[in-house]
Design a protein around this ligand. Structure first.
Ligand SMILES: Cc1cc2nc3c(=O)[nH]c(=O)nc-3n(C[C@H](O)[C@H](O)[C@H](O)COP(=O)(O)O)c2cc1C
Length: 203
């Protein structure tokens, strides 16, 4: 049993429960956008890359976001199978860092998520060859108009679009303290399904 000296802020030994409880506070306080995470990948030369995506689903042992599988991030994820991300909630002065393994969602979750999006967003997912060169914006707008006619009111999810599931090996919770005496706790496990070890880190 790990002993936290601040049981209000660090309310659970389960890092997913703790993530949810901090997120709940961020949902109330962070105007735009508590779902945003900075997602880091690495290319085949080892050069890091980072961009914002929206973390849409927090599961009991995973985090899911949605994107175009053929995008730059999609290719980098495909080649390395590893990512890191950080959630930073300025309004509550907290960050959570996550490192782990990532794979495509193969369940019906991606279809369910896609189907509840506004029609314009669904058409947009079909129309955008995300991260490829686009010579003019008009080309994209023409594609959107064409697809709106072709696909009708209930376009299915394209195969090149869907969820990625991140399964963490490390999660670090950082809470701002006075005079930079911050609290940091690191959950770490050697492999998925192994038990977590928890350690306090120096700020
Ligand atoms: C607030 C915000 C939310 C975003 N959410 C997503 C998202 O959920 N999925 C996505 O594919 N791109 C999202 N983007 C766009 C990405 O940052 C990025 O431009 C795009 O995914 C292409 O990245 P890539 O070239 O590294 O693949 C978001 C951007 C911002 C600023």
């Amino acid at each position: 049993m790990f002993q936290f000296d601040d049981k209000t802020t660090f309310s659970s030994e389960n890092p997913f429960e703790l993530y949810r409880s901090w997120k709940k506070e961020a949902d109330v306080n962070e105007v735009n956008d508590p779902d945003a995470i900075a997602l880091a990948t690495v290319d085949t030369n080892g050069l890091p890359n980072v961009r914002i995506v929206l973390l849409r689903i927090i599961e009991d042992d995973g985090f899911v976001f949605f994107t175009n599988y053929n995008s730059i991030k999609g290719n980098e994820i495909h080649s390395s199978g590893k990512v890191a991300f950080v959630s930073h909630w300025k309004s509550i002065r907290r960050q959570i860092r996550v490192r782990g393994l990532i794979s495509k969602d193969e369940t019906k979750l991606s279809d369910d998520y896609f189907n509840q999006r506004p029609l314009e967003s669904r058409i947009g997912a079909w129309a955008s060859k995300q991260s490829s060169v686009l010579t003019t914006k008009n080309l994209l707008l023409e594609r959107i108009n064409q697809l709106r006619d072709d696909l009708g009111e209930n376009p299915p999810k394209p195969n090149f679009w869907g969820g990625f599931r991140i399964r963490p090996l490390e999660m670090e919770f950082w809470n701002d303290g006075q005079f930079r005496v911050h609290d940091r706790f690191l959950w770490k496990r050697q492999y998925l399904d192994a038990d977590w070890t928890i350690n306090r880190l120096s700020p």
